[in-house]
Design a protein around this ligand. Structure first.
Ligand code: GRG
Length: 294
């Protein structure tokens, strides 16, 4: 049975958004920290990463419930990264997802702790997942540390900071984004495949697919910073130009960046054709990443 992407996205987004606050509400913790964590978790967003986890289970014909804890764990890590990225000591942004940033509402100290709380809670979700085998839990946690930590997203963030005020080469830019944006997106795909007990050959193809989708996602982000609609993206356009950041359009020109985006999407689709299963939904998600307007 094929399913329309819009139906898939909407229904899974609703399921994830119903589940996320439950994980926070049940904590025996101070109301202040719970409120600050919930504020950013409930602030919307596309929920692309958790949807990818569920899309993988769907692709392998498994119950999507099996991926819910990991899906929510990834969204918590993503949300923590956005809270910290918006802080005055980093990007100093006032708006995120169309709403005042966490530190604007709760103050800097609480915002740092809300991020820390979300990061640590995410591991608890995986470790306490009632549906997951101990072996898979260890694999998921070990892969998550690589994707989100110093060898992944945190490493990409520091490389990005160190590259400020210099013009990066295409290879340097690629490496920043492979880590900063790409690794958590890639993890969303391979964690779904691990939870679905997909064949190892498929998992390796999906790892490559995750790499291409991560870079494609970032190129589209750079394009939207120039051509996007402020209301749709939930933040002002032109901030990369204002901050003199190296971006794909800056290095490759806008048509060159669009061609590079298409190249990555086409390589991602080729990988999908060679999986042991057919995935209509993943093909549609590739197209969505190429054409998204927010
Ligand atoms: C502070 C440790 C630390 C890391 C920050 C991911 C990151 C590293 C910062 C986010 C900054 C940023 C705007 C990156 C560009 C790509 C990106 C991750 C955009 C936001 O993700 P979306 O578009 O957001 O999926 P929504 O709001 O839809 O969830």
């Amino acid at each position: 049975m094929t399913i329309e992407l819009s139906d898939f996205l909407l229904s899974r987004k609703q399921t994830i958004e119903a589940k996320l606050p439950q994980y926070i509400n049940e904590l025996e913790a101070s109301n202040t920290i719970k409120e600050a964590m919930l504020y950013s978790l409930n602030a919307g967003g596309k929920r692309l990463r958790p949807i990818l986890v569920l899309a993988l289970l769907h692709t392998y014909g498994k119950r999507e419930e099996l991926g819910m804890a990991t899906a929510c764990a990834i969204e918590m890590i993503h949300t923590y990264s956005l809270i910290h990225d918006d802080l005055p000591c980093m990007d100093d942004d006032d708006l995120r997802r169309g709403k005042p940033t966490n530190h604007k509402v709760f103050g800097e100290a609480v915002a740092v702790l809300a991020g820390d709380g979300l990061l640590t809670q995410s591991f608890s979700l995986i470790v306490n997942d009632p549906y997951c085998s101990v072996e898979n839990k260890l694999r998921l946690v070990s892969e998550l540390v690589k994707a989100a930590g110093a060898e992944g997203m945190v490493g990409g963030q520091i490389a990005d900071m160190e590259g400020e005020d210099t013009v990066l080469t295409l290879d340097e830019l690629q490496s920043v984004h492979e880590n900063k944006t790409g690794k958590l997106l890639q993890y969303s795909i391979i964690s779904g495949a691990i939870l679905a007990d997909a064949p190892e050959e498929d998992i390796e193809k999906l790892r490559k697919l995750g790499y291409h989708l991560g870079i494609a996602f970032q190129i589209r982000d750079d394009i939207l910073d120039i051509e996007g609609n402020e209301q749709k993206i939930g933040k002002p356009v032109g901030s990369d130009t204002l901050n003199e950041k190296t971006t794909y359009p800056k290095i490759l020109t806008m048509p060159g960046a669009k061609a590079k985006l298409e190249e990555h999407i086409s390589q991602a689709k080729d990988l999908l054709e060679n999986l042991s299963v057919q995935s209509n939904i993943l093909v549609q998600i590739c197209e969505l990443i190429a054409n998204r307007d927010h």
